[in-house]
Ligand binder design. Sequence first.
Ligand SMILES: [Cu+2]
Length: 141
Amino acid sequence: MRIGQGLLVSLAMLVAAPALADRLTVTDAWARTTPPGVSMGAVYFRLQNGSGKSDRLLKLSTPVAASAEVHRTEIVEGMARMREVSVLHVAPGEKLEFAPGGLHVMLMGLQGPLREGQVFELTLLFEVAGPVKVRVTTRRN
Ligand SMILES: [Cu+2]
């Protein structure tokens, strides 16, 4: 009986380990604190497509803002400009870094200031992987 249970647990672990690696994952999600009266915020994270399938990020939503979209900061004639990335493609095995000065999620219509230590949920809707819910931690930098 005991041996049987041990075997079951080992099998479950064997099945679970590759499943984790074979997914599209979002890690290290954080948002920058915002001063009062500012209606926009930014979220950063690492996105890794371990699913082996090409995917597209179609939509984002969060309870802390009216809307959220993917932006890319570009330097045009010495000026930093943000552009919306309406549909973000993620190739199989691709890793994307959302970081200050590059890709970011822009939160628009914030319900209130993002305070240090505040944790909120962000849902990323992928065409193939479906909704991916992420916990975002707010910090200064
Ligand atoms: Cu932006």
